[in-house]
Each structure stands twice: as C-alpha cells, then as structure tokens.
Design a protein around this ligand. Structure first.
Ligand SMILES: Cc1cc2nc3c(=O)[nH]c(=O)nc-3n(C[C@H](O)[C@H](O)[C@H](O)COP(=O)(O)O)c2cc1C
Length: 169
C-alpha cells in the first residue's frame, strides 16, 4: 500500500477479532509513531502498551467513547513528557503527529484502530494518570485500541473544494 492510498483508505475501526497482535507488529507500529515530525525534533513522547484485561476494562467506566477497549487485546497509550519539551506548548502537537503516524502504520499492516481522545479532557487525563500510576510530568494524550478488523469500512471521498483558498481569504 503506498502512503497516499493508506491515508485515503484509513477509517476508524472499533470492532476486532480475538486474533492477537504480535509484539513484532506493535514494535513496527511504534517505530512508525516515533518517526513522526516534532517541534525542534523534541520527540516528547512515551508509549504504554496495555494488555492487562482488568486495566483495559476500567477505562470505559470513565471514558464514555471507549467501549471498544473491552474487545481489544491491546491498546497503546500515547503520552507526552513535559520535561522533554523544548518548545513550550508543542508537546501535544507532537503527540498528535505520532498518533496519526501510528494509525497509518496500523492500517498499512492490515490491522484496525481508533483514536480515543484523552487530552485535553481533564477527567480522562486524571483518571488515566491514577489508573496507570503515571508520574506528574507524563500526560496521557491519546489511547489507541489495536486489533484485526472485525468490520469493514468504505473510504468516502472527503475532499472539499470550499475549504481551499489561494493566497488570500
Ligand atoms: C482527537 C480525536 C479524538 C477522538 N476520540 C474518539 C473517541 O474517544 N472514541 C471514538 O470512538 N472515536 C474517537 N475519535 C475518532 C473519530 O470519531 C473519527 O476519526 C471520525 O469520526 C472520522 O472517522 P474516521 O476516523 O473513520 O475517518 C477521535 C478522533 C480524534 C482525532
């Protein structure tokens, strides 16, 4: 799959088969994530691989749009480390770039995933910090359940000419 095909055909996948995702695949996905651009190349991220069923099942109790975690055998929590930030305020943008890279790598490997929003919703951040015993400088940013797709989604065309401007508004 070439890069543009991957970008155009990726869709959020929220249903997964029980087939486990190998550690090798997770490593390749994280390799993609860590290749994302970041402000001043600060790379302020950490990734927590979550496989503990009890922990995964706790999250939908405080995150209303994460029920698919109950079905996923693995999820990756993207976290920002504010101590690694060189350019104030950019850590979240860097983590967003890493998250999107991850979603594309997952799709390119024939797996499915969805971006579950964490930051900047304060109660989700606080609950995940508590659940996973994160140090205060580690901010959970996005949570990505990963699995073999148990649903197929059509890639609709979202190009919108009315959002394109040239030189001036
Ligand atoms: C910042 C952000 C937060 C999101 N949070 C959730 C979420 O909590 N739960 C969920 O099921 N989907 C979530 N999504 C996925 C969006 O619903 C999805 O990307 C959007 O509907 C477009 O569909 P697509 O990903 O299939 O193109 C989130 C996406 C982004 C970018």
């Amino acid at each position: 799959m070439n890069t543009l095909d991957a970008i155009l055909s990726r869709r959020s996948i929220r249903q997964y088969t029980p087939k486990p995702v190998s550690r090798e695949m997770i490593r390749e996905i994280l390799h993609g994530a860590m290749s994302a651009p970041s402000a001043g190349n600060e790379r302020p991220w950490h990734f927590i691989i979550m496989t503990d069923r009890a922990l995964l099942n706790e999250i939908p109790k405080f995150h209303p749009y994460s029920a698919m975690l109950k079905q996923a055998s693995v999820a990756i929590l993207v976290c920002g480390d504010v101590n690694l930030e060189k350019h104030k305020g950019y850590w979240a943008l860097d983590c967003a770039a890493a998250t999107e890279n991850m979603l594309l790598a997952i799709h390119a490997k024939g797996l499915g995933a969805v971006w579950c929003g964490v930051y900047p919703t304060e109660d989700r951040v606080a609950n995940l910090q508590k659940l996973l015993k994160l140090p205060v400088h580690i901010i959970p940013f996005s949570l990505i359940p990963v699995g073999f797709p148990a649903e197929a989604k059509q890639a609709g065309d979202r190009f919108d000419e009315s959002r394109v401007h040239e030189n001036q508004w």
